[in-house]
Every structure is written in C-alpha cells, then in structure tokens.
Design a protein around this ligand. Structure first.
Ligand code: GAR
Length: 208
C-alpha cells in the first residue's frame, strides 16, 4: 500500500518533528512518510533538522499575508500540490482557522505537554508546576478551532517529583512525547483511529 504523505507543522526546535520522521525512516514498512515541514518561524531549529533529514521545507511568514485565512489558503495550496494526506502539528504555536480545518477535516493532529483539559496554551509544564500538580503528562489530540481542545486520541502521565523545575520535568515529558507521537501518527496512517463525537478509539492499540 502507498505510504500516507504527512506534513508536519512546527515553529520551534522540532524535536517532535524529528521523532516522527525518524520513526518512519527506521521502518521500511512505515505506513507514512513525512513529505513536508511547514515552518512559520524563520531560523527555527526545525528547519535545520529538516535539512539534515532531507525533508522539504515550506517556510512561511504569516505576517506577510493579508489575513490568517489568506496565509492558510496558501499553505493548503502547497499541501494539495504535494499530495499531503494529513497534518501533524508539532510545536506549531498558532491557532488554525476554518480554512485549514475544512480542507483537512479530522485529519489534523496535535501534541501538547499536559494532561488536557488541564493546562492548555503556552508553557503547559510551567503551568502544571505553578499549580502544584502531582501528575504531569502528554496529550495527542485532534485539532479543532479551539486552543488544545479537540478530541483526545492518547495520553500518558508521569509523576511530578518534589524538587522538579521546568528544567528537570520537561525533558521527561519530551521522552514521552517522542515515543507517543510517532505511535499515534502510525496508527492514524493505518486508518486505525476512529472518531465518535469526542471519543476516540485506536483499533488494535498503540503497541507501546
Ligand atoms: C512540544 O513539547 C509540544 O508538546 C508543545 O511544543 C513543544 C515543541 O517542542 N506544543 C504545545 O505546547 C502546543 N500547545 P519541539 O519543537 O521540540 O517538538
């Protein structure tokens, strides 16, 4: 079967982008390939990683468009031109509009470093620490028009240790992210992720 073509959107260092790419490259039978990185931040680490990994980059400057919708319409055109099947947001720090959501309905995934619905938005790990939470975690979910609010596909928790700071907790969160996201992307590419209202079933599980 032909591999699904994935576009990863990233604004930052791109470690999740790299984890998703590497999992597919390691496995000749991977059901997906990362065919494009969309990056909205010039100079972001993700771009360097893409160059090293041989993934084409579409570098965009949202501010140079008349509106968010015009920006996304241009991105959708690029995605269609490259035959992209679905989108993986990996540290893409902007809300998407109905232009992208309608073009890729139920085909946009996101990862967030908290157990949603707790601590959406920016600096989720710092938010959890400031709140005094004893458990932190990672969520992979479908993207809707809200902030980290779509249907949850997978979650994994970890303990917050008494002396944790963001500098000690976040690396442990990222270890989970780098394992969980490729597994979800694989399951999605294999059409094993079923959405029923807000409830999601991964048929056959994630194999973790
Ligand atoms: C990841 O921790 C991801 O969960 C988070 O951005 C980071 C990107 O890291 N996303 C959000 O906070 C979304 N609201 P990376 O650039 O190293 O992959």
């Amino acid at each position: 079967m032909a591999k699904k073509r994935v576009a990863v959107f990233a604004s930052g260092s791109g470690s999740n982008f790299e984890a998703v790419v590497s999992a597919s490259v390691r496995d000749a039978a991977s059901p997906y390939e990362v065919a494009l990185l969309v990056c909205d931040k010039p100079g972001a680490g993700a771009i360097e990683r893409a160059e090293r990994l041989g993934v084409p980059v579409y570098a965009v400057r949202p501010k140079s468009y008349a509106s968010r919708e015009a920006y996304e319409a241009d991105v959708v055109r690029e995605l269609r031109e490259r035959g992209i099947d679905f989108i993986v947001l990996a540290g893409y720090m902007r809300l998407v509009t109905s232009v992208l959501l309608d073009a890729f309905e139920n085909r946009i995934l996101n990862i967030h470093p908290s157990l949603l619905p707790a601590f959406p938005g920016l600096h989720a790990v710092e938010q959890a620490l400031a709140y005094g939470a004893k458990v932190a975690g990672v969520t992979v979910h479908f993207v809707d028009g809200g902030m980290d609010s779509g249907a949850i596909i997978a979650q994994e928790a970890l303990a917050v240790l008494p002396d944790d700071t963001a500098d000690t907790l976040y690396p442990r969160v990222q270890v989970i992210e780098h394992r969980l996201y490729p597994a979800v992307v694989r399951a999605f590419a294999e059409d094993r992720v079923r959405l029923d209202g807000r409830r999601v079933v991964v048929e056959g599980g994630l194999g973790l």
